[in-house]
Design a protein around this ligand. Structure first.
Ligand code: ADP
Ligand code: MG
Length: 350
């Protein structure tokens, strides 16, 4: 006797199904049966010709242009502040990435079911906008999943259990703190502090202390090289940074230390730590007890800031771990949510 194994197909799923983590800084796509197939900056370069604005390039190519565009080209991040700042451009970006993942598949034969991650703080209007953008990009069905749940699944936490878990996702625009239990969100809060704010603080510190203007990309590079949430003993590592001298306007190079950058980052790190403490104060006691045992899981690119885990551990007295795949675990978790029936409960139907 022949059994009908192709269960997925019978539910109308196809090889073109994908989960999209539409981050403020990076977009990551997980394809059914394949894993992560795309990981590119959420950047769009727009060109204006004869008063008409059109998309020139998207993703990696667009990021290379940031801060270096001629006057008729503008490289923007349509999701910059954690919400969709420019819906038309965001929609074209989603469309571009979906097309790229589907490659040569003809539009008519595509039957993509798409899962998109949304921040818990997003409004109905924002969710509707994201859903419409994916539908306009050719998805036959669009489901949503809360980012915090996806992050937890991707980080390997057992979200379906009646046991509290805390996830702190530190992205580019926002930090989301969530307490999860039974595949749902028991408490969540979000602050508009993340990697972007850290970069801004580094720029303004270097401008103030060293009279040097640096670009956004340079500030990020400094953060990746010597950024630290807890000050080192002494001055720590020292690197050189290039920019424009504010006094004489000439290109210049200065040296900056890990201790200085830790000082520049004290405020955003403090705001993230406060959000975690506030969430712990709001957590129902039974779940708090679980968090004491399980600790806190950090995800998102900001979790990779030097000693971020230590800063939160010091402030809370709890165990803090950084997810193995911090930058991609939201997309991995969202992918698992549609691949594994045990997680289907986290998907919000369209
Ligand atoms: P989003 O989900 O908002 O797109 P991500 O989770 O992709 O954001 O994280 C992007 C942010 O993480 C950027 O601000 C980036 O500079 C920062 N980041 C990435 N790696 C590191 C690192 N090693 N140290 C500090 N920050 C990092
Ligand atoms: Mg994210």
């Amino acid at each position: 006797m022949k059994f009908f194994h192709n269960f997925g197909q019978s539910l109308g799923t196809s090889a073109h199904d994908m989960a999209i983590d539409l981050g403020t800084v990076n977009t990551v796509v997980y394809a059914r049966g394949q894993g992560i197939v795309l990981n590119e900056p959420s950047v769009v370069a727009l060109e204006t010709q004869n008063g008409v604005r059109r998309v020139k390039v998207v993703g990696n190519d667009a990021k290379l242009m940031m801060g270096k565009t001629p006057s008729n080209i503008e490289a923007i991040r349509p999701l910059r502040d954690g919400v969709i700042a420019d819906i038309d451009v965001a929609e074209q970006m989603i469309k571009h990435f979906i097309d790229k993942v589907l490659g040569g598949a003809s539009r008519l034969r595509r039957r993509s079911n798409v899962v998109i991650c949304v921040p818990s703080g997003s409004t109905m209007v924002e969710r509707r906008a994201i859903r419409d953008a994916a539908a306009n990009a050719g998805a036959v069905s669009v489901q949503l999943v809360e980012e915090a749940l996806a992050a937890a699944i991707g980080a390997g936490l057992q979200v379906a259990e009646p046991r509290g878990a805390m996830v702190v996702d530190i992205g580019g625009g926002t930090t989301e703190v969530a307490v999860l239990s039974l595949s749902g969100i028991a408490y969540s809060t979000s602050v508009r502090v993340g990697g972007d704010k850290m970069d801004d603080m580094i720029s303004s510190y270097i401008r103030r202390k060293h009279n040097l203007m640096i670009g956004e990309m340079t500030a990020e590079r400094v953060k990746l090289a010597i950024g630290c949430a807890v000050p080192p003993e002494g001055e720590g590592m020292v690197i050189s940074v290039k920019g424009r001298d504010l006094v004489n306007g000439r290109p210049a190079e200065i040296r900056v230390s890990e201790a200085e950058i830790a000082e520049a980052l004290a405020e955003p790190v403090g705001q993230i730590v406060s959000a975690v403490r506030a969430a712990l104060e709001q957590t129902p006691p039974e779940l708090s007890a679980d968090i004491i045992d399980e600790g806190i899981m950090l995800t998102g690119g900001g979790a990779l800031l030097g000693r971020m885990d230590e800063a939160i551990a010091q402030a809370t007295g709890l165990d803090v771990r950084v997810a193995d795949n911090a930058l991609i675990c939201v997309a991995i978790g969202a992918g698992q949510a549609f691949e594994e029936p045990a997680y289907h409960g986290v998907l919000i139907a369209g």
